[in-house]
Design a binder for this molecule. Structure first.
Ligand SMILES: [Zn+2]
Ligand SMILES: [Zn+2]
Length: 437
């Protein structure tokens, strides 16, 4: 980032020097370029255009020089900077990692992305109460600048914490749709963005947030504004790094999913609308060909998310499911070729099963790593919606999920069940702090 700034500065100063002799040609060319540029990105485009123009000018000037030696001498500074930038881009595939954090913000969404080019991106910021958690989480990763922030849509479970985030970071580019809302969360966000001085971009399908050699971030929806359902105005993002692709669907429901015309094949899909039945149609899942799905929702939320029907559709396609309600923050890492995850797939993603045949399938899942309550899982498959208890497989204690001890528990010691009596029968003792039941 610093490097490209330096490059721009160098090129700008070269423009000033060269404009003395080539001013007439340059200004007419630059203005015609600007006339076709997207007005929402005006200032940014202008700089890019000038840079490109200058590069051309530098090349033209140096071509006129009689020897290659002279060419090298006059452009040393700019060339070196350009080379450094290129080297960094090449390194993307070798050592720089893309890290995608699906932060546990209860019933809501917040996804922090460390891009392999050193930049940082945030999609949504959860409810207002989670604003501090999101801010602290990103700070703890060593970032004070957010190059790209996306507000997917105006619902508070996505933008409630946004004002807090914008106030606490140097936000460079802010992406949102132009459809307005009248909620407090929305006006707080708008005021914070205005105050921040970030460039604001209209986030409609076709907009490119970033397009590097091995790295691109594109907006694939919405195509049009839905005045009746904010969820269908969700900004849907496709992130490509080398061979790996991530799609973030906001709260997009069926009609928005159906309207996506871009190729949205991906490895990892952030499931739309917290696993609601109104999203993730079989057709959409088929289009994505996703191998991994992340569901961001609150444990035992009043909406019944994720629904059994969505879990079944994911199961039918053999998509590995990760859930923030059961597993906390989920972190995917990509080197442009391979993807790794900080936790194993959720073992509780099976829809309710009743027949012996399906129970056999469930038994298969007990080969998944967290197997201490295998018997519980096999004999009484979890029904989503019932009270889910957290088991400490090390201390043999059973907790309510809200218990403060659960927060301190190692993930590797955690297991989940909705069968309290079954756990007691297996020797688990109720936690004295939260005293379940
Ligand atoms: Zn939502
Ligand atoms: Zn929503």
């Amino acid at each position: 980032m610093k490097k490209s700034c330096t490059l721009t500065a160098v090129l700008l100063s070269l423009t000033m020097i060269l404009s003395g002799c080539l001013g007439g040609y340059e200004s007419s060319s630059a203005s015609s370029d600007n006339s076709v540029s997207n007005t929402a990105r005006e200032s940014e485009t202008e700089i890019t255009t000038i840079s490109e123009e200058t590069t051309v000018l530098v090349e033209e000037t140096t071509t006129e020089a009689t020897t290659e030696a002279t060419t090298e001498a006059t452009t040393t500074e700019a060339t070196t900077t350009a080379e450094e930038t290129t080297t960094k881009n090449n390194d993307n595939n070798l050592s720089d990692k893309l890290v995608v954090h699906y932060i546990d913000v209860g019933q809501g969404d917040s996804i922090f992305i460390e891009l392999p080019n050193g930049e940082a991106m945030l999609i949504d910021a959860g409810e207002k109460d989670y604003g501090d958690k999101v801010v602290t989480y990103i700070h703890s990763k060593g970032y004070d600048t957010l190059d790209y922030v996306v507000a997917t849509h105006a619902h508070s479970d996505h933008i409630g914490g946004m004002a807090n985030v914008v106030d606490n970071f140097n936000v460079k580019n802010f992406y949102m749709i132009s459809a307005s809302a009248t909620t407090q969360a929305y006006s707080n966000m708008l005021n914070a963005v205005k105050k921040s001085g970030a460039s604001v971009h209209n986030a409609m399908a076709g907009e490119t947030i970033l397009n590097d050699r091995n790295l691109s971030v594109e907006i694939v929806a919405p195509k049009e504004i839905d005045n009746d359902n904010q969820n269908n105005n969700s900004v849907v993002i496709k992130l490509t790094y080398g061979d790996n692709k991530f799609v973030f669907a906001g709260d997009a429901e069926k009609s928005e999913e159906d309207g996506i015309w871009t190729n949205i094949k991906c490895d990892v899909l952030k499931i739309g609308h917290h696993g609601s039945d109104s999203s993730s149609t079989a057709n959409f899942l088929k289009k994505t060909e996703a191998k991994y799905a992340v569901i961001s929702c609150g444990l035992n939320n009043s909406y019944g998310h994720p629904t059994d029907s969505v879990l079944k559709r994911l199961n039918d396609r053999n998509i590995a499911v990760y859930r923030t309600d059961l597993q906390g923050t989920i972190v995917f890492t990509s080197n442009g070729k391979d993807i790794s995850v900080n936790v194993k797939p959720s073992e509780n993603n099976q829809p309710v099963v009743t027949t012996a045949v399906t129970t056999t399938v469930v038994t298969t899942t007990t080969t998944a790593p967290v197997t201490t309550v295998a018997t519980t899982t096999t004999t009484a498959p979890l029904k989503t919606g019932g009270t889910i208890y957290v088991l400490n497989t090390n201390t043999k204690k059973i907790h309510y999920k809200d218990c403060s001890s659960v927060k301190q528990m190692k993930d590797s010691n955690k297991s989940y069940t909705d069968d309290y009596n079954g756990a007691i029968a297996q020797g688990y003792k109720p936690c004295k702090k939260c005293n379940p039941r």
